[in-house]
Design a protein around this ligand. Structure first.
Ligand SMILES: C[S@@+](CC[C@H](N)C(=O)[O-])C[C@H]1O[C@@H](n2cnc3c(N)ncnc32)[C@H](O)[C@@H]1O
Length: 395
């Protein structure tokens, strides 16, 4: 069995979590870089990472690398690779090019040249009888990624297809839903395990709750979806079916969870309910319509993981400036004994919560730079970062 090299991408800030996931699946040479993790193993390890990783965005299989100085050398490097060995000419194709500090004028032009090289290679291949793959930028069968650094071009076949945050359970997306792999990453960073009570008091469409239920049920996140590797020539269907069957055998049919979710809006809760039902665990979470400022804690201690509303427009920001101090007060008064993990993109708003964060982890929600703030809400040990009254009379 040959050893292949992979790059799994993830939301920035979750590289260490992803490195632990791939190492636990048996990967060798695990190396975290900005935005992902490189690792090595059999081709079927790529299947396993697609199936089991909760935080990866894509798993790319490295198929070639070359030094280059310009567009023409990138074309030549792509032409050299034996594409017909990896996929059939009848498969539709999309090429993506990304770059850091690459000495090229246009990434669109490089994309075109890589696509030309792949098609030219197919045309020259005897078994393709002069045919070339068709291009489909929306729902391609095969995605080729080329990554350019200053001097090196690396070619990858995408083994994931649709990005991995698409688990296949989301029926409805609410206002500003989190990506599923970011929600799972927040849970991983919180250290929550299914024996602990968990609350998302601003749950929206319930992404954090759904990811927590999947963890509690031992559901492999990719068990109900298709993957890019199924359309590649080397697809080992028997190995894939076995991996899936093994994962399904470990899944719990019903779970006794102490997972709680609430939201101010009834329509948001309806979305969360629909998503939990689509997941197959309609009653695993205790859902309640409630205002976070008024809701009593559902247990004596536990973990809060949440992403409160955030403002893009100016008027939203004014409203939120009032929201955060009230949230801080509610946490302080009603949740002593709990630890809260709050994702926020706005460092100024986060300061207004008036609690001292014990940890701030940089995390990216797409291109939006955020922090996951940790607040240990231990009675008597909380303090305001800028006390409104003398600390001694308040703490
Ligand atoms: C950014 S969204 C959360 C998105 C959610 N993580 C998801 O994946 O769908 C923030 C949520 O906070 C809710 N919210 C706003 N003010 C609230 C309050 N005072 N009490 C409870 N929920 C509130 C909104 O209704 C919205 O659903």
């Amino acid at each position: 069995m040959s050893t292949e090299t992979f790059f799994a991408s993830c939301p920035r800030g979750l590289e260490a979590v992803l490195a632990r996931e791939v190492a636990a699946l048996g990967a060798a040479d695990v190396n975290s870089v900005d935005g992902g993790v490189q690792f090595a193993g059999a081709l079927t390890l790529g299947y396993a990472v697609n199936l089991h990783s909760r935080v990866a965005s894509r798993v790319l299989w490295r198929v070639g690398e070359a030094q280059y100085r310009g567009d023409q050398e990138i074309y030549a490097a792509a032409l050299k690779l034996d594409w017909p060995r990896w996929f059939n000419v009848e498969r539709s194709l999309r090429v993506n090019v990304t770059a850091i500090k690459a000495p090229v004028k246009s990434l669109d032009f490089v994309t075109l040249r890589v696509k030309d090289a792949i098609c030219d290679r197919f045309r020259a291949h005897r078994a393709s009888a002069g045919k070339r793959p068709s291009i489909d930028t929306q729902t391609p069968d095969v995605r080729v990624h080329a990554f350019l650094s200053a001097q090196t071009v690396t070619f990858y076949l995408d083994t994931s297809g649709e990005p991995l945050f698409k688990r296949g359970y989301r029926r409805e997306a609410g206002e500003a839903p989190l990506r599923e792999n970011l929600a799972a990453g927040m849970l991983a960073l919180s250290g929550w395990t299914p024996v602990m009570p968990l609350l998302d008091p601003m749950c929206g469409s319930g992404t954090i709750l759904c990811e927590a239920v999947m963890i509690a049920a031992n559901r492999a996140p990719g068990v109900n979806r298709a993957f890019g590797f199924e359309k590649l020539a080397h697809f080992n269907a028997a190995a894939w079916l076995k991996l899936k069957a093994d994962a399904q055998a470990l899944e719990k049919i019903s779970i006794q969870s102490n997972i709680y979710g609430s939201d101010l809006r009834g329509d948001a809760l309806a979305l969360a309910r629909a998503n939990l039902a689509a997941l197959g665990y309609p009653t695993a979470v205790t859902l309640k319509q409630a205002n976070v400022f008024e809701m009593p804690a559902p247990a004596a201690a536990g973990i809060i993981v949440t992403n409160p509303p955030y403002g893009v427009r100016l008027e939203d920001r004014d409203q939120l400036a009032a929201f955060y101090p009230k949230l801080g007060d509610a946490l302080k008064q009603k949740y002593s004994g709990w630890t809260a993990y709050i994702l926020s993109a706005d460092m100024q708003l986060a300061k207004k919560i008036g609690l001292a964060a014990s940890r701030r982890t940089p995390l990216f929600n797409g291109a939006l730079e955020c922090r996951l703030f940790e607040y240990q809400l231990v009675a008597g040990s909380m303090r305001r970062s800028k006390p409104a009254v003398p600390a001694s009379s308040n703490d």
